[in-house]
Design a protein around this ligand. Sequence first.
Ligand SMILES: [Zn+2]
Length: 270
Amino acid sequence: MMQDFTLKSYQSLLLALQQAGYQFQTFEELIEEPVEGKSVVMRHDVDELAWNALKMAQLEHKLGIRSTYFFRVVKQSNVPEVISKIAELGHEVGYHYEDLSLAEGDMSKAIETFKESLDYFRRYYPVRSVCMHGSSTSKYDNRLLWKNYSLEDFGLIGEPYLSVDFNKVFYLTDTGYAWDGGKFATRDIVESNFGLKFHSTNQIVNCLKEGKFPDKALILAHTLWTDNMIQWCWLHTREFFRNNLKLLAKKNKWASKIYKKIVELYWKRK
Ligand SMILES: [Zn+2]
């Protein structure tokens, strides 16, 4: 059996989508001019490992696919060289915002840093879509910003969690190195009525071959996909412990504090 969440397995997924007749759209295209028939958006939240994002972007480019990369302001994500190269390859670049949690709930401070960061990412690409970062250890949901402000005021046309009807577009995410890892997610959860469940990439590929995959899909693939086996083993081990600590943190106050501390130490802002 092929190892999962490698660039090879990512390629097998992309090829299966192409062979099944899916058209690839960027997120802004889905919002502005969705195509008729089968289509898919590959969305990448670059939470960390920006150089891996570039490898995925190059692979997609080789296959004639354009996708969407959302970058954060933290140094693990915000790597100028990577952002420019991904934009040069013809992919969409968006802002993976977490301003409200960074500002500890201070709305006016958050909207100020949001504007600054949006302007910053617009140096690389005319950014028109943004996507919230889950900030699982923060009590502030970054999307709450849009209760007070509107996307249009910032020249934005879409936010995946606000602009897509997930009963019409099938949503899949690779959270925690599994396609059914939703139970580990804190905020990255959407409701839908498709009733499909996958664990491995191979199961998705088979579903595509059988013609049972929904016509419209938005697939969130983070940047942990790698062919470097040392990195692959380390990331699988880390995700295993993180998933379990996250589950524990949902039930236990102390586990929650420890998890929060680790996350704070890990994500230092640039
Ligand atoms: Zn994120």
